[in-house]
Design a binder for this molecule. Structure first.
Ligand SMILES: Nc1ncnc2c1ncn2[C@@H]1O[C@H](COP(=O)(O)OP(=O)(O)OP(=O)(O)O)[C@@H](O)[C@H]1O
Length: 635
C-alpha cells in the first residue's frame, strides 16, 4: 500500500487530480455543517443576482435560490450517485464476467450473448428506456447508469478471467479439491481486483457525467432537489442572459471529472508497473542507442564477435538500472564462451544487447560497441540487424513456450525462419525443418513437424528452439540457458551436437548458464558476471580449478559434486546488489569475506592476477585468491 501511494504521488498529474478530488469530496462531506443558506428556498425578488452579490457569493438562480448552497448540495448528490453507480456496475459487471470466464462453455455463451444484446443499444437510449420504465428520479437514474455500464465491466473482467481460469495455480487449486466459490474468491478475484479498480477509477467520471446528462434531461433529480445536471438543465434558458447560472455547475462538473480522470490514470499506472516502465508500449525494433563516450576502436584479434565496454541500462521514470555496466567479451570462430553468474547478474541483457533486442523503452545502450566481423552493430540500421538476426547470429532463448507461436505448427515456424532469409520453395523448407528436428533428436520428426507447441513437452519445445537457431547455419549462436528444461541424457546429446557443430563448422557459441557442469563440458573459456560486470574471465579449466575472484570461488564452492561424499555446501550469504543503487568500488564487497576499505573506493580494473604469467586470465579484484596463481604455477 505504501509503495502504491509513493508511486501515485510521484505522478504529478495524478497527485494534482487527487488533491482536486479530495478537496471537492471533503467540501461535499462538510456541506451539512457549513453555514450555507437553504438550497431550495426561493426569493423571486432576488432572481439572477450576479456572483459576489451581497449574501450570495456565487449569485442566485432564476428562482432567487443561493447558487453556492445549491452547488455544494448538488455536488454532494452527484458524487454520491456517480460513486454508487460505479460500485454497482463494477460489482455486478465483475461478478458476471468472472462467472462467464471461469465456467466457460454454455454459461459463458448465454451470459455474453445477453451482454452483447445490452451493448447493441446506444447507451443513452438504453438509459432513457430504463428510466422511462422505472419512472424519473435520482434513484432510477442511478440504476440506469449502473445498468448501462455493467456490460463494460463484464466484458473486461471476463477476458481476464478466461486467461486465468486454466492457469497452473488455478488447476492446482482445483486438484487440491477446492470448490468453485473458494477458487473464485481466493485464486481468481485477487488477480482481477486491480483490473476492477483500474476500470472503476477510469469510469467514475464518465458515470457522473451520464447521471448529470439524465438530470439535465429532467429524468434524474426532480425539482426542487439540486444535482449538477439538473442545475445545468434549469440554467439552460438563461444561458445567454445569465451565463453564471450554467458556468457554476459546469465548472464543478469539469473539476470533478478532470480530478477523477487524472487520479484514475495515476491509479492505473501505479497498479501496473509494466505500464510505468513502458514495457507495455510497443517496443522499437532495435534497442535505443544513446552512447555517451567514444566508440571503442576495432581490434584485430580474430574474434568473430566482440563486445567492447558495453553498457546497457533501463530507464524507468527517474530510475536508472545499470543492468550491463561495461562488459567486454570476445569469441572466435569454433570457440565456446561460457557466461556464468547468479540470477540478475545481467547475462541475458548482455546477450540481448548484441543484436539490439533489449526492449526500448525502457532499455538503452549507453556505451561501448558490439562488433560482428569487425562491424559495430550498436546503432546499426534496423535492416542490417534484421539480416543478421536468426541468419548469421542466432539465439536460443530461455523460455521456448514464450518464443514459439502457439497457433502455428512447429514445422511451419521452422520453415518460416528459413524462408525469411533464404527464399526457397515451401516443400524444401519443410523438408529442412524435418531434418533440423531430427538433428536435435526429436523422435519421429516427420509427424512432430505437424505438432503445435502445446502438444510437445517442455524439453521438446526447447529442442525446437535449438533447431530454429540452427536453421540457417549461423556463424554465432547465443544460447541463453538452452538446456535447463532437458533431462541429462538429452542435454548431453544437445551439448555434443553443439560441440560437433563448432568443431566441424567453426560455429562460435556464447553459452549463458548457471550450470558449471555444462560450462566444464562445452566451453573453452568462461566469463563470470556479477552486478552487470565481468569479474573474472579465463580458460574454463583454469577458472574452475583455481578461481581468482572471491565471487567465482564461492560460486564454485556452492556446486554439489556427484560422488564427492558428504561435504558442507557453502551458500553465499546476502543478495546481489540492486543495479539501480550500485555503490562505488567492488559490487561484491558487501558479501565478500576479504573486503578492505580500498575495495569500496573507486573503480577496480579487470586485469591479469598479480604475479601470474597467464595473460589469458583476468580478474576484477584487488585481493584475488592466491591459489589461482600458486596452483597453476605448480608443475
Ligand atoms: N525491464 C527492466 N526494467 C528494469 N530492470 C530490468 C529490466 N529487465 C531486466 N532488468 C534488470 O537487469 C538486471 C539483469 O537482468 P538479466 O535478465 O540480464 O539477468 P540474468 O543474469 O540473465 O538472470 P537469470 O539468470 O535469472 O536469467 C536485473 O537486475 C534485472 O532486474
Amino acid at each position: 500500500m505504501a509503495q502504491f501511494l509513493t508511486l501515485l504521488l510521484r505522478n504529478r498529474l495524478a497527485a494534482a487530480g487527487g488533491v482536486l478530488l479530495t478537496m471537492v469530496v471533503l467540501l461535499a462531506l462538510a456541506v451539512p455543517v457549513l453555514p450555507l443558506q437553504a438550497p431550495n428556498v426561493t426569493d423571486t425578488a432576488n432572481r439572477f443576482l450576479t456572483p459576489l452579490a451581497e449574501g450570495h457569493l456565487l449569485g442566485t438562480d432564476h428562482l432567487g435560490r443561493d447558487l453556492l448552497s445549491r452547488l455544494l448540495w448538488g455536488t454532494r448528490l452527484s458524487l454520491a450517485v456517480g460513486f454508487a453507480a460505479a460500485i454497482f456496475a463494477a460489482f455486478f459487471g465483475a461478478a458476471i464476467g468472472i462467472i462467464a470466464g471461469y465456467f466457460g462453455g454454455r454459461t459463458d455463451n448465454l451470459i455474453m450473448r445477453a451482454v452483447d444484446m445490452l451493448m447493441a443499444f446506444p447507451y443513452i437510449l438504453l438509459a432513457l428506456a430504463i428510466v422511462a420504465a422505472l419512472g424519473p428520479g435520482l434513484g432510477n437514474a442511478l440504476i440506469a447508469v449502473a445498468a448501462v455500464n455493467v456490460p463494460f465491466f463484464a466484458r473486461n473482467i471476463r477476458g481476464i478471467t478466461v486467461g486465468l481460469a486454466h492457469k497452473e495455480f488455478v488447476d492446482a487449486a482445483r486438484l487440491a479439491g477446492l470448490g468453485h466459490t473458494r477458487i473464485i474468491l481466493t485464486e481468481i478475484l485477487p488477480n482481477v481486483l486491480p483490473v476492477i479498480v483500474i476500470a472503476m477509477s477510469t469510469t467514475i467520471g464518465w458515470m457522473i457525467l451520464e447521471t448529470a446528462g439524465l438530470s439535465f434531461l429532467g429524468l434524474g433529480s426532480q425539482p426542487p432537489q439540486a444535482d449538477l445536471g439538473s442545475m445545468l438543465g434549469e440554467a439552460r434558458s438563461a444561458l445567454i442572459t445569465n451565463p453564471h447560472t450554467s458556468v457554476v455547475p459546469g465548472a464543478m462538473i469539469l473539476i470533478i471529472v478532470m480530478g477523477i480522470n487524472l487520479l484514475g490514470d495515476g491509479v492505473r499506472d501505479a497498479l501496473d508497473p509494466r505500464l510505468r516502465s513502458g514495457a507495455l508500449t510497443r517496443p522499437r525494433p532495435t534497442t535505443r542507442v544513446d552512447r555517451n563516450g567514444p566508440v571503442p576502436e576495432a581490434e584485430r584479434d580474430g574474434a568473430i564477435l566482440s563486445l567492447q565496454n558495453l553498457h546497457t541500462q533501463f530507464h524507468v521514470k527517474n530510475r536508472v538500472y545499470k543492468a550491463v555496466g561495461g562488459v567486454s567479451l570476445k569469441v572466435k570462430p569454433g570457440e565456446c564462451l561460457g557466461v556464468i553468474g547468479e540470477s540478475g547478474s545481467g547475462k541475458s541483457v548482455t546477450a540481448l544487447s548484441i543484436m539490439g533486442l533489449v526492449a526500448s523503452p525502457p532499455g538503452v545502450i549507453t556505451g561501448g560497441a558490439v562488433r560482428y566481423r569487425g562491424e559495430d552493430l550498436v546503432g546499426a540500421p534496423y535492416e542490417a540487424l534484421r539480416r543478421l538476426r536468426g541468419d548469421r547470429v542466432a539465439y536460443i532463448f530461455q523460455d521456448p513456450l514464450a518464443t514459439l507461436h502457439p497457433l502455428y505448427k512447429v514445422g511451419d515456424q521452422l520453415a518460416e525462419a528459413i524462408r525469411v532469409h533464404h527464399p526457397i520453395p515451401k516443400a524444401q523448407a519443410w523438408a529442412r525443418a524435418i531434418a533440423l528436428l531430427k538433428q536435435v533428436r526429436i523422435p519421429n520428426p516427420e509427424s512432430r513437424a505437424g505438432s503445435y507447441p502445446h502438444e510437445m513437452s517442455g524439453g521438446m519445445r526447447q529442442r525446437v528452439g535449438i533447431a530454429m537457431a540452427l536453421a540457417n547455419d549461423p556463424d554465432v549462436i547465443i544460447a541463453d540457458e538452452p538446456t535447463t528444461a532437458l533431462d541429462v541424457t538429452v542435454q548431453a546429446q544437445i551439448l555434443s551436437l553443439l560441440d560437433d557443430l563448432r568443431r566441424d563448422r567453426g560455429l562460435a557459441i556464447v553459452f549463458i548458464t548457471h550450470d558449471f557442469g555444462v560450462v566444464a563440458q562445452l566451453c573453452d573459456r568462461v566469463a563470470v558476471m556479477y552486478a552487470g560486470r565481468i569479474v573474472e574471465t579465463g580458460p574454463t579449466q583454469a577458472v574452475l580449478a583455481t578461481p581468482a575472484h572471491p565471487y567465482s570461488a564461492r560460486l564454485i564452492a556452492c556446486v554439489p559434486e556427484l560422488g564427492a561424499g558428504r561435504r558442507r555446501l557453502e551458500a553465499i550469504p546476502g543478495l546481489p546488489p540492486a543495479v539501480d543503487r550500485l555503490e562505488a568500488g567492488c559490487a561484491f564487497a558487501p558479501r565478500c569475506l576479504k573486503t578492505r576499505a580500498e575495495c569500496r573506493a573507486g573503480e577496480i580494473a579487470l586485469k591479469g592476477p598479480a604475479n601470474s604469467p597467464d595473460t589469458d586470465r583476468e580478474v576484477r579484484c584487488l585481493y584475488p585468491e592466491t591459489a589461482a596463481v600458486s596452483e597453476r604455477d605448480m608443475p
